[in-house]
Design a protein around this ligand. Structure first.
Ligand code: NAI
Ligand code: MG
Length: 488
């Protein structure tokens, strides 16, 4: 055990308000990516545990107190969850760093406050499950009263990834609870810790038994059981495009609602008139934040030819100066990748890029030694056909290309199976709007990148996903609409 003083949450299943072992009593290891050593054993569930959790969630959603109490009471519980996340912020940031590898400083600044922020925002929506009164078009006025009512979508299976374990759990659980759904949360097997802490916090804040269950375990076991279960009304998934497609296929049997936040290959576009200092810092943040393990990573850089050479020089200098080290070291800027598998995947892509003819402006190899560290990397001399330009790498690897005309860069930016996000760097407000309008992406940032907010809908075009989370879009995602028509 490499972390004897770490305060761990219960690493069991949470079903019907109780922490229990899995039916099989199997466990799995969780590994510290900075050392490659296992430091905790976590209960590993299977279809039987999922079934128990679904039964409890079904009871909660049909007969539990959560959908009967005044909405303001639900809202208060969500705010209490936010308070407790903030109160336990330091502990949660440490757990996140040890489990995922990310710098503890980043977890403190981003993951923890953003997670609390989602609960605070959704606390407001708990009191806004409003419908509409509808004047019927083809009936005499005054003879009918028609209105829509919003109802919780029911039991939701929420499958989250390892890159922002607490925040992705918050993105899922907060709207589910706000709109009266009962959730079965399935964390990634690589990062089980903070989801368990969140569930503990929710219980302490007053979420009733069955309303939020937690099943730890492997994706193709626990995740697949949730997707296949006929009593689960909806699956909300964040993860790989490949698994997203599997979920759509197997979810078809029960026609359950499915929302997907999948991969990306988001362009960072720097126009000739950009503020260069801001754009260099922004492009670095876009690709290197969270070791590049973020679905909105600005992983394709397009720079106007008039400033390209200078820009790449400066960006390479920034990349080379980033301090790589264990996440718990407060001076670390780049932590290890999450797993050996991810390190292999990233290193493999850079080798593919080299074979395809790419040049390496900086980085291009692993740091070596224990832990899964990879150097911030910029590949140049690439073209749109190369795999490193088309496929999601999900690591600190940027591919850089020059362009001449705006139409040309928009075409290259849109030449992707993905369409999650993009950023445009320019001082020209007309060009900013024109490019934002032309891009096929769920989010377009201008002179910033990775700015996410619970009030702003988030999701992707094309193979980046189905649906939008957050903001008013979350309301559509977690409720069913019912038309009620009364003859007066
Ligand atoms: P993954 O898609 O396998 O894992 C994400 C979640 O899905 C985890 O909770 C996992 O347990 C679950 N899962 C896996 N197989 C499942 C199945 N058959 N049915 C239901 N749930 C299942 O992603 P993985 O393997 O960890 O990473 C592979 C690549 O996926 C990354 O290199 C990256 O390109 C992409 N990815 C994208 C993320 C995003 O934020 N959009 C997050 C994580 C990975
Ligand atoms: Mg996988």
């Amino acid at each position: 055990m490499s972390h004897p003083n770490l305060k761990l949450p219960p690493l069991k299943q949470f079903i019907d308000g109780e922490w229990v072992d899995s039916a099989s009593e199997r466990t799995m290891e969780t590994i510290d990516p900075a050392t490659g050593k296992a430091f905790a054993q976590v209960s590993a569930g299977d279809a039987e545990d999922v079934d128990r959790a679904v039964k409890s969630a079904r009871l909660a959603v049909e007969h539990g107190p959560w959908t009967k109490v005044p909405p303001a009471a639900r809202s208060r519980v969500l705010n209490r969850i936010a308070d407790l996340i903030e109160a336990r912020g330091e502990e949660l940031a440490t757990l996140e760093s040890v489990d995922n590898g990310k710098p503890v400083t980043a977890a403190r600044m981003a993951d923890i406050p953003s997670s609390a922020g989602v609960f605070r925002y959704m606390a407001g929506w708990a009191m806004r499950m409003e419908g509409e009164q509808i004047p019927l078009a083809n009936r005499p006025q005054g003879q009918f009263l028609a209105y829509t009512q919003r109802a919780p979508i029911g039991v939701v299976g929420q499958i989250v990834p390892w890159n922002f374990p607490l925040l992705m759990a918050a993105w899922k659980v907060a709207p589910a609870l706000a709109f009266g759904c009962a959730s079965i949360l399935k964390p990634a097997e690589q990062t089980p810790l903070t989801a368990a802490a969140l569930v503990q916090i929710a219980q302490e804040a007053g979420v009733p038994a069955g309303q939020l269950n937690l099943i730890q375990g492997l994706g193709h076991v626990v995740g697949a059981a949730l997707v296949g279960h006929n009593e689960v009304n909806k699956i909300a998934f964040t993860g790989s495009t490949e698994v997203g497609k599997t979920i759509v296929r197997s979810g078809a049997d029960t026609l359950k609602r499915i929302s997907l936040e999948l991969g990306g290959k988001s362009p960072t576009i720097v126009l000739a008139d950009a503020d260069i200092d801001a754009a260099v810092a922004g492009a670095a943040h876009a690709i290197f934040f969270n070791q590049g393990q973020i679905c909105t990573a600005g992983s394709r850089l397009y720079v106007h030819e008039s400033i390209y050479d200078k820009f790449i020089d400066r960006l390479a200098t920034v990349a080379a100066a980033l301090k790589t080290g264990p996440g718990l070291d407060p001076t670390t800027q780049i932590g290890p990748l999450v797993s050996e598998e991810q390190l292999r995947r990233v290193a493999g892509y850079v080798e593919i890029g080299k074979k395809e003819g790419a040049g390496v402006a900086v980085g291009g190899d692993a740091v070596g030694g224990p832990g899964y560290f990879y150097r911030p990397t910029i590949l140049t001399h690439v073209n749109q056909k190369m795999r490193v330009v088309q496929e999601e790498i999900f690591g600190p690897v940027l591919v850089a290309t020059r362009f001449k005309e705006i139409d040309e860069v928009v075409a290259m930016a849109n030449d992707s199976v993905y369409g999650l996000a993009a950023s445009v760097w320019t001082r020209d407000v007309s060009k900013a709007h024109a490019v934002a309008r032309a891009l096929h992406a769920g989010t377009v940032w201008v002179n910033c990148h990775h700015v996410m907010d619970p009030a702003m809908p988030f999701g992707g075009y094309k193979q980046s996903g189905w649906g939008r989370e957050m903001g008013a879009a979350a309301y559509e995602m977690y409720t069913e609409s019912k038309s009620v028509c009364i003859q007066l």
